[in-house]
Design a binder for this molecule. Structure first.
Ligand code: SF4
Ligand code: SF4
Ligand code: SF4
Length: 565
């Protein structure tokens, strides 16, 4: 299962994550941006950039609460914490203990162990050595640059080293890593890490838990770490931090590199593969600026200000003398790597051309390479379609053209006349029904002024008064037509649209019916008049009142008049 989750109702298929995922580990499936776990390196970038907050990480807080309730748990807190929490380290320790942690240690203890290994390896190896602290870098190599596997440092990460040390010292203890990293949540399940860390959560998750439990860490008393690391291993999460901790001298040398950010990592790896550069040691971190910019940190602080906090903390003299004794405990720091690159189907030129043609691209000039689909070129996207990662309808210009032609079909086949004019009343659109009703000369109406065909009064009214006219009855005597027309302006486009329905037949029919009624009424009046006269005469002879008969006859007449109205 992928670590990165997607809320389907939130994903609005904007393709931003497709565009921004440098390893193209996002597949669009029925308009939903799914993560392809075989390609994903869990850098977390797509979570950060999604404008809809559609992507996230599986939440681990329930598991943490259970662990804290049932087990003795030590928190291994990543060295970037001073850049995240506005409180002293001592207050953070108290807050963690209030949550139920038995004790708290800095992951930088593990960093110190690994830094020593790097130093040793650098002296021994005669080939480039790529640091393996960042699990996203490890995944990048294993999944996308397997030819570089021999250059990856054959060492576990500081997180795993620290957890192994904790478990070496104290039995029956659980370790929870808290840090800025999403990739580390995955790392704890790797074969080389198995059993070391029991749970990994992010700083953001921890902050959420503090507020859920009502723990105001800034107001707490200070406690102490169980043991601390050497000073410079605390600088691991910033650029050059690994080099400093491992006491590897750097500067203008091209042999020692510090790279951060996925794009820079990929470029450097390609340079190594192409023999363009030949560094001895590469400190590599997928997050730009290092772990202080990890996806598990939400902070208003700039990278430099986060960095300054870390360096200041690393330079501070420890007030406690419980420094971890590195030489007292031994752990196995070795690990192996796997080639996890998936074989991707490569289409032939003909297959690419066929896919391109399905989105109206028949020659080079049709390939706009606009990037709207999230791919850099139409060909790249065609290959992605072939590989099942993309869909035809992701091509924005193609879909726009299709929508326009669909709109055109609707306008062209409308049973109503549709006339669109510019604000100067020049005709822009004149559909076949408009031709049938108003264009008796069979000329091309587009480009002519509207008054050439119909009275532009309503169009002018709609444009200048910015109003819509709805179903107004208009008689076009020159065409023997009675119409109902709706006219409305499109201000942003400087257009006025008129939809005109020919209601001549209906109106003529109504007129005929009205005439018939009028004649009937007249006839009825005559009958009433005659009947009343007769009734009066009979009533006179019989001596009865004629009022009842009169009332009935008046009622009949009134009913007919009402209907007439
Ligand atoms: S960035 Fe990706 S997940 Fe977010 S809305 Fe756009 S396509 Fe969907
Ligand atoms: S986590 Fe990183 S690699 Fe994975 S899909 Fe998102 S952006 Fe791509
Ligand atoms: S740079 Fe640090 S936070 Fe970012 S992915 Fe690597 S280990 Fe995680």
């Amino acid at each position: 299962m992928s670590l990165i989750t997607l809320s389907e109702s939130e994903c609005k298929d904007c393709y931003r994550c497709v565009r921004d995922c440098s390893v193209k580990a996002i597949k669009i499936n029925n308009g939903q941006a799914e993560v392809v776990k075989e390609k994903c390196i869990n850098c977390g970038h797509c979570i950060e950039i999604c404008p809809q907050n559609a992507k996230g990480v599986t939440n681990h807080l329930e598991k943490l609460k259970r662990l804290l309730k049932e087990e003795k748990v030590i928190a291994s807190i990543a060295p970037s914490f001073p850049a995240v929490f506005d409180c002293s380290p001592g207050q953070l320790i108290t807050a963690l203990k209030n949550l139920g942690f038995h004790d708290v240690e800095e992951t930088s203890i593990g960093a110190e162990v690994i830094a020593r290994e790097y130093k040793k390896l650098l002296e021994l190896e005669n080939k480039p050595l790529i640091s393996a602290c960042c699990p996203a870098v490890v995944s990048l190599v294993e999944k996308h640059y397997p030819d570089l596997i021999p250059y990856l440092s054959p060492t576990i990460s500081p997180m795993i080293a620290h957890a192994k040390l904790i478990k070496e010292i104290s039995k029956d203890i659980k370790v929870v890593f808290i840090g800025p990293c999403i990739a580390k949540i995955k790392e704890i399940d790797w074969e080389s890490s198995k059993g070391a860390v029991d749970l990994a959560i992010t700083f953001d998750e921890l902050k959420g838990l503090f507020s859920l439990e009502g723990i105001d860490y800034q107001s707490l008393d200070e406690d102490q770490f169980r043991s601390v690391s050497g000073n410079w291993s605390k600088a691991f999460p910033v650029e050059n931090g690994v080099l400093k901790a491992a006491d590897i001298s750097f500067g203008l040398s091209t042999e020692i590199l510090s790279i951060s950010g996925l794009a820079e990592c990929m470029k450097t790896f390609e340079d190594i593969l192409n023999d363009d550069i030949s560094p001895k040691f590469i400190e590599a971190m997928v997050c730009s600026g290092g772990c202080i910019n990890g996806p598990g940190i939400t902070s208003e602080l700039s990278i430099n200000s986060r960095k300054e906090r870390i360096i200041r903390y690393a330079q501070k003299e420890d007030t406690i003398d419980n420094k971890f004794d590195m030489d007292k405990f031994k752990i196995d720091t070795s690990r192996e790597y796997l080639n996890c690159k998936i074989e991707e189907k490569i289409p032939t030129e003909n297959q690419i051309r066929l896919i391109l043609s399905q989105t109206g691209k028949f020659s080079d000039k049709d390939e706009l390479d606009c990037g709207g689909c999230g791919y850099n070129s139409c060909r790249e996207k065609a290959i992605a379609i072939y590989q099942g990662l993309a869909e035809l309808k992701m091509c924005i210009p193609y879909m726009k053209g299709k929508m326009e032609s669909l709109a055109d079909i609707i306008v062209e086949s409308s049973p109503n006349a549709i006339i669109v004019v510019g604000k100067d009343m020049t005709i822009q659109k004149f559909n076949p029904k408009a031709d049938e009703l108003f264009n008796r000369n069979d000329e091309i109406a587009i480009g002519h002024k509207l008054y050439r065909y119909i009275d532009p009064k309503d169009y002018l009214d709609a444009w200048f008064n910015k109003k819509s006219i709805s179903q107004k009855k208009v008689e076009y005597k020159q065409y023997n037509l009675i119409c109902e027309q709706s006219v409305f302006p499109l201000i942003d486009y400087e257009l006025v649209i008129g939809i005109i329905t020919d209601v001549t037949e209906r109106e003529n029919h109504n007129e005929r019916v009205a005439k018939m009624k009028e004649t009937t009424l007249e006839k009825a009046n005559q009958v009433i008049h005659k009947q009343m006269k007769v009734a009066q005469e009979i009533a006179g002879l019989l001596g009865e009142s004629t009022s009842e008969t009169k009332a009935i006859l008046y009622e009949v007449r009134q009913l007919m008049q009402e209907e007439e109205r």
